[in-house]
Structure formats: structure tokens, C-alpha cells
Design a protein. Structure first.
Length: 278
């Protein structure tokens, strides 16, 4: 695995070219272009704020002091922006090899380059949404901490890239052979969205008497829960309820690394069969 990772690093210029090409193709026939990267999550955030914040009262799980430091609206923005990135990775992961089939069969480069480029493109798009996040932090009175900026944010981005790459390696190779994967991914994406505390604080689940203990444990074992809580911990300093606990942190780290190992092993195991099919 280390030798293949080194080979991908040696071909990093190819990865960069693929990322730039994908970004250019995505926006070249769009009037608003890059603005869509900001407008889409902004529109979703406003809709969710009205439905879950004003109508369903999901903000009651927020600590009282946090409502004065950006409140539920900043809470939503800080979760929806990274989720959009992960959701886009999940959406495109099954077709990562099929989309680049001509290049895969003609270029003598490590095939891992193509899933890596798919994930890299989405992370660049996530970074392009940061102007929205910074504006919300400023206008809503968020208070980022040095601990969050120096620890939680880099760790969250690294783990999101790791688990995203693992899933892309896994799904892209299997989907070439079994096309049902794309439909299953759409279902799984919805389940993960509502099960990763994007629209509500995780404390609402952990503090509920109606949720069985075994389900609470399973809930905390979701690697995405810890990752998105890390993203939020950057902007809500000093609130234990909005900081990932030990179980969530361990699950995020172990789950992300395990997913990468499983994805890479599957990718290498199916590589020759995938090439024949392409």
C-alpha cells in the first residue's frame, strides 16, 4: 500500500490536472459559475433553518450560551457545508472509474489516481465555500478557538478525505461490476445525512429517554458523527455539548482509517476484473 501511495504522489501533477479539468467542466457552461458553490448550500441552510429550527424546534438541543455565539443558524452552516462535500463524494464515488474509463485504459499511471482526483475535486469545492462560512461567523457572532482552528479543523478535513477516499476506492471498483451500487448509495446517503447530527445537536439523541442505549452506542460509532462535530467545534468554543466526546473521536479516526484500508484492499483485489470490464 505504501508503494502505491508513493506512486500516486509521484503522479500528483496528473491528479492536479484532473481536478482542474473537473472544476472547469463543471462551471464552464454556467452563468453564475463559482457562485453556485455558495448559493446551493446557502439555500439549503435557510430551508433547514425554517423547518428544523423555527417549526420543529431542533435548536432546543443547543447550549444556552451557544445561541449567543452564532446560534442554530451557524450550527447548520457549519454542518451543511462539509456534508455537501461528503454527499458529493458519495454521489460521484460509484462512477469514479467509469467516468475516466478512456483515460484508465490508455494512460500508464496508478489507477488510484482517478478516485483520488474525484475526492480532491470535492475538497477544493468545500474550500471554495469558506467565504460563506466566514461571513456567517462574523455576522452571527461566532467565536472560533485556537484549539478548534489548529486541532479540530485539520483533523476533520484529514479524516473526511480519508473516509471519502476509502469509500470512493470501494464503491468505484464494485460499481463497474455491479451497477446496483449507485442506487444503494443514494439510499445510504439519506440515512447518513439524518444519522450524523447535521440538522440537530447530537445531545438531543444522547439525552433522550426514548432512544435505547444500544442505539445510542451505535449512533456514536458512526465515524461521520465525530467528523462533523469536529467541524462545528471550531466555531463554538467552550461548549462541551458541541465538542466530540472520546467515543466519537475514536470512532471517527478508527472508522476512517479502516474504511481506507477496506477500500484500497477491495480496489486492488478487483483491479484486473475492473480493467477487463472497462
Amino acid at each position: 500500500m505504501a508503494s502505491r501511495a508513493l506512486a500516486v504522489w509521484e503522479h500528483r501533477k496528473v491528479v492536479g490536472l484532473l481536478v482542474r479539468r473537473d472544476l472547469k467542466v463543471k462551471y464552464q457552461q454556467s452563468i453564475l459559475g463559482y457562485a453556485w458553490t455558495m448559493l446551493e448550500p446557502l439555500a439549503l441552510t435557510l430551508v433547514y433553518f425554517v423547518v428544523f429550527g423555527l417549526i420543529l424546534g431542533a435548536d432546543r438541543g443547543m447550549p444556552a450560551g451557544a445561541m449567543e455565539q452564532g446560534g442554530f443558524l451557524l450550527f447548520l452552516v457549519a454542518g451543511i457545508l462539509p456534508w455537501n462535500t461528503f454527499g458529493a463524494i458519495l454521489s460521484e464515488a460509484p462512477r469514479a472509474m467509469i467516468t475516466h474509463s478512456k483515460l484508465i485504459t490508455t494512460m500508464k499511471v496508478p489507477r488510484e489516481i482517478f478516485p483520488t482526483a474525484t475526492v480532491g475535486t470535492k475538497l477544493i469545492e468545500y474550500l471554495l465555500t469558506w467565504p460563506i462560512l466566514i461571513l456567517f461567523v462574523i455576522f452571527l457572532g461566532g467565536r472560533p478557538s485556537w484549539e478548534g482552528v489548529l486541532v479540530w479543523l485539520p483533523l476533520a478535513i484529514l479524516l473526511q478525505f480519508t473516509i471519502g477516499l476509502g469509500l470512493t476506492l470501494l464503491l468505484s471498483s464494485i460499481n463497474v461490476l455491479v451497477r446496483d451500487v449507485e442506487r444503494l448509495v443514494r439510499i445510504a446517503s439519506r440515512i447518513l445525512f439524518y444519522g450524523s447530527a447535521i440538522l440537530y445537536p447530537a445531545a438531543m439523541v444522547m439525552g433522550s429517554d426514548r432512544v435505547p442505549e444500544w442505539l445510542k452506542t451505535a449512533y456514536q460509532l458512526n465515524p461521520l458523527l465525530g467528523i462533523f462535530e469536529m467541524h462545528r467545534a471550531v466555531w463554538f468554543s467552550g461548549f462541551e455539548e458541541l465538542t466530540p466526546g472520546p467515543i466519537a473521536i475514536i470512532s471517527a479516526v478508527v472508522g476512517s482509517v479502516l474504511m481506507l484500508v477496506i477500500g484500497y484492499w477491495t480496489f486492488r483485489r478487483l483491479e484486473m476484473s475492473v480493467l477487463k470490464e472497462l
